[in-house]
Design a binder for this molecule. Structure first.
Ligand code: IPM
Ligand code: MN
Length: 361
């Protein structure tokens, strides 16, 4: 297979974690004869510095020509005082809109040896395997009117039936290949948009009689995630609630640095770790590249329809953890503290030396 990938490292730890993700993709390509043409572009703060825009025209051109997009992180304190429309984060939001990927998949998977790395008790998190499906192109992130009038500021949470329908379908389809449970999360006891959300998900559920639907209010869901996270299979929710709940998922997995994501629905998939630019640790080698590497696995699965290779990357990550390698965020005594690059090296080495037969590591 031959594919072009827009490679957008962005700000803070973005370039460091993406360098490791890139090496993993290249290892897979070399080993299994796929040509991944990786073309770099600027986004976020680095793009503001170079082009005075967080999503400059050359990057727009690049992503339009690419089969998939891999992004590191955006955000830089330097730009905190800029208006929202000029901030690095705007580049990411505009890119999501441009690509049209309305379903953001955020798997929260607890690797067994990391059950002790969470602040939540090991017996509670061991075995957690949740797929968050976050609506990505609507809700309060994009709703109008929004603005500020003197002492008053406002945003609008808005959803249409079609927006809810399409993301719900993704959730039900995913549930079919998993444990056949969809939990829809809303605030239908208070919000009109949530009432519409709940009704629409219920309509879609009729097409999936083999999948069970449960509804939870978001406040209860936030509590249940810490109390009894193993009850969840697929969780579908709005843009804002998905943003918040998936960070909570990071606590279950041991660190936000563990979480990958993939956004689908548009012509080219978009892959990025869930964590942000973490400027406080940028350049120190402390960043965990597993979220970024896991995002490569999601790209192989969802954009390139290479599930065997995706599983291989996933198994290589698991093997590196089994070897006791830990970046600072997931470190605990008795393990080997490694840098971003050393973790990437280990995953690449496992891929390169693995048995080429189907289910080997
Ligand atoms: C995320 C991030 C972004 C979001 C920010 C950087 C705009 O927090 O991907 O979860 O809120 O979607
Ligand atoms: Mn977030």
């Amino acid at each position: 297979m031959k594919a072009q990938i827009a490679f957008l490292p962005g700000d803070g730890v973005g370039p460091e974690v993406l360098a490791e993700a890139r090496r993993v993709l290249e290892s897979i390509g070399r080993r299994f004869n796929h040509t991944f043409d990786i073309v770099e572009g600027d986004i976020g703060g680095v793009a503001i510095d170079r082009y005075d825009s967080p999503l400059p025209p050359p990057t727009i051109e690049l992503v339009k020509q690419s089969n998939a997009v891999l992004l590191g992180a955006v955000g830089n304190k330097k730009y905190d005082s800029l208006p929202a429309a000029k901030k690095p984060e705007r580049g990411l939001l505009d890119l999501r809109t441009l690509l049209g990927n309305y379903a953001n998949l955020r798997p929260v998977y607890v690797f067994d040896p990391l059950a002790n790395s969470s602040t939540v008790r090991p017996e509670v998190v061991r075995g957690v395997d949740i797929m968050f499906v976050r609506e990505l192109l609507g809700g309060i992130y994009f709703g109008t009117p929004r603005g500020r009038e003197g002492d008053r500021a406002f945003d609008t949470e808005v959803y249409t039936v079609e927006e809810v329908r399409r993301v719900s379908r993704v959730a039900f389809e995913l549930a079919r290949s998993r444990r056949k449970l969809v939990t829809s999360v809303d605030k239908a006891n208070v919000l009109e948009s949530s009432i519409l959300w709940r009704q629409t998900v219920a309509e879609v559920a009729k097409d999936y009689p083999d999948v069970k639907l449960e509804n939870l209010y978001v406040d209860n869901c936030a509590m249940q995630l810490i109390l009894r996270p193993k009850q969840f299979d697929v969780v579908v929710t709005s843009n804002l609630f998905g943003d918040i709940l998936s960070d909570e998922g990071g606590v279950l997995a041991g660190s936000l640095g563990m979480l990958p994501s993939g956004s689908i629905g548009g012509p080219a998939g978009f892959y990025e770790p869930v964590h942000g630019s973490a400027p406080d640790i940028a350049g120190t080698g402390k960043a965990n590249p597993i979220g970024a590497i896991g995002s490569v696995a999601m790209m192989l699965e969802h954009s390139f329809k290479l599930p065997d290779l995706a599983a291989r990357v996933q198994r290589a990550i698991a093997a590196a953890i089994d070897q006791g390698l830990r970046t600072a965020d997931i470190f605990s005594p008795g393990h080997t503290l490694v840098t971003t690059k050393q973790m990437g090296d280990a995953v690449c080495k496992i891929i390169e030396t693995s048995d080429a037969t189907k289910n080997a590591v």
